[in-house]
Ligand binder design. Structure first.
Ligand SMILES: C=C(O[C@@H]1C=C(C(=O)O)C=C[C@H]1O)C(=O)O
Length: 417
């Protein structure tokens, strides 16, 4: 049961350039969605819906529709992300599926150079007036970090990959994405603003996020809905970078021609296109993927675009995310068989790793990324996750190396300068 929607009062005003948005964040209960200096940061909770189970997305979306219908909103900026907004983080699987949709008390946003401040409070309570002038002390670096294996040892995980390859060979399924976790422990509680700053600085083409202790910098946009235009960035097919630019370019060319990677990519694009089709018209699917260069890896990437049926009453960003999750990029093909195999062989609960994370506004516009290159912070413990698409000719030790490369962003972000 989701809670009855509260009546919220929300005010948005344009503000002078607030500088780096991450510098405005206090150290408690923050929400972050940033790419290349733009996006939203927030803190405090004016309202919250906890959801779980198979219906977690649609329960949360119904709650949000109720909140929006009851709210008193004045928004002088009127762009996607201004006015009333919620942040959401969702469980990967429906069991237990622990998820949240929360409305921050304060949001500071920037889009195309225009900045705004939104304050929201339950009716009858006065809104928090934030202090955007005081610079906070710089967050301290994590101290005394040690790293340990997660649910499976390296040997156990490569054995699970080999098992999955055999199942694919036997015709049980075509592709499955298997993930592993690694646990880092610091000597004192970690201030999430430290890794967030590093990720936002080093991974500018990714979306740096934080909701409820789940943070990371994802390169994969599950769905963006902006005034009725729907886009999705599909990734699948990966090569590690070597640090030698010339060699990396040659590797990128190999990636663009690799039949294993192209096949894996094709599954992922098809799953996104099929899932969006019932909600959208005029879909544009590029003929061939491009190579996305990130500091740690390169991916085959395809940007899918479409127009949502009936902008006003049509599916909102969260409902589209619900239709898309789990895509072949993080589940596999066919989805049901892949998700079953994941729960059989991974030996861990993914929590919110590889699930939708992002924000949505009162018009249903928003962005939900896939929570990859991510971790869960709980006090002094950080649990990092990474996974790989396994197909018929996957080599378990190469997949282990690929998962290590995908752990690099968060690992590096936790290091001191
Ligand atoms: C599962 C992850 O990444 C996904 C798997 C990829 C692959 O197997 O090539 C590439 C990008 C993502 O879709 C991860 O980063 O943990």
């Amino acid at each position: 049961m989701t809670p009855a929607p509260p009546r919220l009062v929300s005010r948005t005003v344009e503000i002078p350039d607030p500088g780096a948005l991450l510098d405005r964040l206090p150290d408690t209960d923050s929400f972050v969605w940033l790419r290349d200096g733009e996006g939203l940061v927030g803190w405090g909770r004016a309202a919250q819906c906890d959801a779980a189970g198979e219906d977690r997305f649609l329960d949360a979306s119904d709650w949000w529709r109720g909140v929006v219908a009851a709210a008193d909103v004045a928004d002088e900026v009127r762009v996607p992300g201004s006015g009333l907004v919620c942040f959401g983080g969702f469980g990967f699987s429906g069991d237990p599926g622990d998820s949240v949709l929360a409305v921050p008390r304060v949001v500071v946003g920037r889009r195309h150079g225009v900045a705004w401040l939104t304050t929201t409070a339950p009716e009858g309570e006065s809104a928090a007036l934030p202090d955007l002038v005081t610079a906070y002390d710089l967050p301290a670096a994590p101290v005394g970090l040690t790293t340990a294996q997660g649910a499976l040892s390296d040997e156990e995980w490569t054995a699970a990959v080999a098992d999955a390859v055999a199942r694919i060979g036997a015709g049980d399924l075509e592709k499955v994405v298997l993930a592993r976790d690694v646990v880092a422990t610091a000597a004192a509680p970690v201030d999430v603003r430290w890794p967030l700053r590093r990720l936002a600085r080093d991974y500018r083409r990714c979306w740096t996020f934080h909701v409820d202790g789940w943070f990371g910098a994802t390169p994969e946009m599950l769905v963006r809905r902006e005034r009725g235009l729907v886009t999705s960035r599909v990734l699948a097919g990966t090569i590690r970078r070597t640090g030698d630019d010339e060699h990396d370019l040659a590797l990128a060319a190999t990636l663009a021609r690799s039949s294993k990677d192209l096949e894996e990519h094709e599954y992922a694009v098809r799953s996104v296109a099929d899932a969006l089709a019932p909600y959208c018209d005029s879909m544009n699917l590029p003929d061939a993927p491009f190579v996305l260069h990130l500091p740690n890896v390169m991916h085959l990437a395809t940007d899918v675009a479409a127009v949502v049926h009936d902008t006003g009453a049509g599916a909102n960003a969260l409902e589209l995310a619900a239709a898309l999750h789990p895509s072949a990029a993080v589940g596999g093909t066919p989805t049901k068989a892949a998700v079953r195999l994941i729960s059989e062989v991974e030996g861990m609960d993914r929590g919110r790793y590889a699930a939708p994370v992002g924000w949505m506004d009162g018009s249903g516009d928003g962005e939900y990324g896939i929570a990859l290159r991510s971790a869960h912070l709980d006090g002094a413990t950080v649990r990092l996750f990474a996974g790989c698409g396994i197909v018929a000719d996957s080599d378990p030790s190469a997949e282990l190396a690929e998962s290590e490369a995908k752990l690099v962003p968060v690992r590096d972000a936790l290091r001191g300068e």
